[in-house]
Design a binder for this molecule. Sequence first.
Ligand code: PNS
Length: 163
Amino acid sequence: MKLAICPGSFDPVTNGHLQIVSRAAEMFDRVIVVAMANQNKQPLFSAEERVELLRRATAGMANVEVDTYDGLLVEYARQKQASVIVKGLRAMSDFEYEFQMALTNRKLNPDVETVFLATSAEYMYLSSSLVKQVASLGGDIREFVPACIIKDILEKYGREETQ
Ligand code: PNS
């Protein structure tokens, strides 16, 4: 039974994240998507809200579970006995930061391997920050996130789902 963890802040989950999770779900027996705190970012959604949006968005993925954890990623992996961390890489701009985290995590726990999946070209530009910026300025986010979470994002900016 090979268990992989897909960590991230998922504030909110995007179609790009979902594609990585769905590809991980094909490669591993079980996948846990874990919404965590990124100490460099102030989240728009609470951890509980991010979990709820993730649960809705991954409802159709049979071997995918959603969780949240407020601590070190490698400690979570140890608790769950997961041997793989899966992360999506969009562009070279992601690489340095992701590489730094992967090496730190390996130093902290050599039993956990980080695997990078290259994002498809379709989602190379996409990020949660971009979704929030477009939503806050009145733009259309339907191309960026699953339909089942659009209302929740627009509500954060006092908008109604009229699209
Ligand atoms: O989606 P993000 O914001 O790029 O995800 C980053 C995240 C949450 C995976 C990273 O900040 C993280 O692992 N946070 C948990 C705390 C931790 O383990 N920090 C050390 C990582 S080197």
